[in-house]
Design a protein around this ligand. Structure first.
Ligand SMILES: [Ca+2]
Length: 88
C-alpha cells in the first residue's frame, strides 16, 4: 500500500508483528504464553524487558493472548512511556 501516513504504517507493522508471532505455534490467531514472551523479549526489550513472562497479559485467562488483548498491552506500555516522558 502506498500513500500511507507514518501512523498508518506503524499500525500495519504492529498487526504484522502480532501475526508473525501468533503463527509460530498452536492457534494461528492468538499468542501462546511462549509466543507472547518471545515477542516481548525480542520486540520490546527496552520497554518491557524486565517483565516476568508469567505476568504476560491474558485478560480473560484462557492462556492465549488475542489481538485485542495485545493492543491493550501495547497501549498500556505507550501510556506508561508517555507519562514517564512527561514527568521529566
Ligand atoms: Ca499461536
Amino acid at each position: 500500500m502506498s500513500g500511507l501516513q507514518p501512523l498508518e504504517k506503524n499500525l500495519l507493522e504492529i498487526i504484522a508483528l502480532f501475526n508473525r508471532y501468533a503463527k509460530k505455534e498452536g492457534h494461528t490467531k492468538t499468542l501462546s504464553k511462549r509466543e507472547a514472551s518471545e515477542l516481548i523479549s525480542k520486540e520490546l526489550p527496552n520497554f518491557m524487558g524486565k517483565c516476568d513472562p508469567k505476568n504476560v497479559p491474558d485478560l480473560d485467562g484462557d492462556g492465549e493472548m488475542t489481538f485485542e488483548e495485545f493492543t491493550v498491552m501495547i497501549l498500556t506500555v505507550a501510556n506508561a512511556f508517555n507519562e514517564m516522558i512527561n514527568s521529566y
